[in-house]
Design a protein around this ligand. Sequence first.
Ligand code: TYD
Ligand code: MG
Length: 446
Amino acid sequence: MAKKRSLFECQACGHKSGKWMGRCPNCGAWESFLELSDEQKKVLDKIDKAPTSAALPITEIGEERVERIPTGSAELDLVLGGGLVSGSLVLVGGSPGVGKSTLLLKVCANLAKSGKKVLYVSAEESAGQIKIRANRIEANHPNLFLLNELVLENILAHLQKEHYDLLVIDSIQTIYSEEIPSAPGTVSQVKAVTFELMRTAKSMMLPIFIIGHITKEGSIAGPRVLEHMVDTVLYFEGDSSNELRLLRGFKNRFGSISEVGIFEMTSKGLMSAKNIARKFFDRKRSQTGSAATVVMEGSRPLILEVQALVAESGYPSPKRSTTGYDASRLTMLLALLEKKLDLPFNQYDVFVNIAGGIKITETAADLAVVAAILSSFRNRPLSEETIFLGEVGLTGEIKEVMMQDLRLKEAASQGFSKAVVPAKPLQETPIKTFVVDSVEKIIDWM
Ligand code: TYD
Ligand code: MG
């Protein structure tokens, strides 16, 4: 008789294995494997097997018409690719407190005001708590309905009875299906609930937002395990010490992911950040270890401050730590500076931070990172009027970054008067440019 196969699932990332493992080979989490019951295996089978239908020649298939609904938030529309697509399932992830509920409640109110009927399901906060928020952000409208419900089947039953034009689920980690025996927030639960919501979105042509908390590795499944199941994935970035929030697209079946929404958390909720230029950069005077650069967020240039701290290390292997900047890039830059400029960074701890809680995803800030590190190391401030733009290569060569002219224009409009760049600008600019094409030469300039 064939022995029933057991199946184990990592509760951090959803990786499956035929045997229990102490450490997940996929995500590295410890003791994260749970054995799945027969019911859970059945559900997974259902999810993995897509519904079958007849194949058609591609010539006979009509183009899908994509209807877009404006959300009333220009920044969100931008990230969605021009509005919310009907029948789409959008995952909005972010750390607790970043503003997910605030943004989506406002979007619900915007749609309600435009005559749509909207359902906001909260499994996290009571209706009374949401009401307080609604008062604060002016989201009261008779077309906006609140439902306090934890059970997926009840939500679906509700949708059968009443027609809605938009559904928000807050949050995916707290809703559960009664058909699945495991606890809310586990991988099996969030996957099964998301799968049902996807089916509902498509069959009813109902756009659905699901909110997901990004949590530290642990027993609660993060939104990452859902990324492949939904149409669109948006993540909120920003720290609580700063009022700015970026909404970045990670996946979008209906648009590009190059645009970024920029919001400001105010006393009346999240607003489109109108004058974003100086928000991420409010350095009043020059300081050691601080250098300014311009990064592109989607099509928009943004001035950011790179901060570095270089301090003598008391450890045999010195510390390197970054926030908002790639850690392995920092290691590379330090190795390069050690080799090319003969600086003893192996005896120094180095910390790099991008002010404002922003994550830099492009290499254009490399030169500013180098400048900030050298400034801290030599204990000499850089001129506060100078902007640094350039990618640093492994050979120590500094390479031009795309859209240099646009970035310089933005820097000029923000009052910067000097720029250290690897190539002369093509267009005329009021900024005085200094061409530095290798890291060896930067020290001459500083
Ligand atoms: P919230 O939307 O509840 O975050 P999430 O759903 O992502 O966990 O936002 C919570 C934070 O936002 C909280 O710290 C208070 C702040 N906030 C404001 O500053 N202004 C506002 O109008 C609202 C509603 C919240
Ligand atoms: Mg919330």
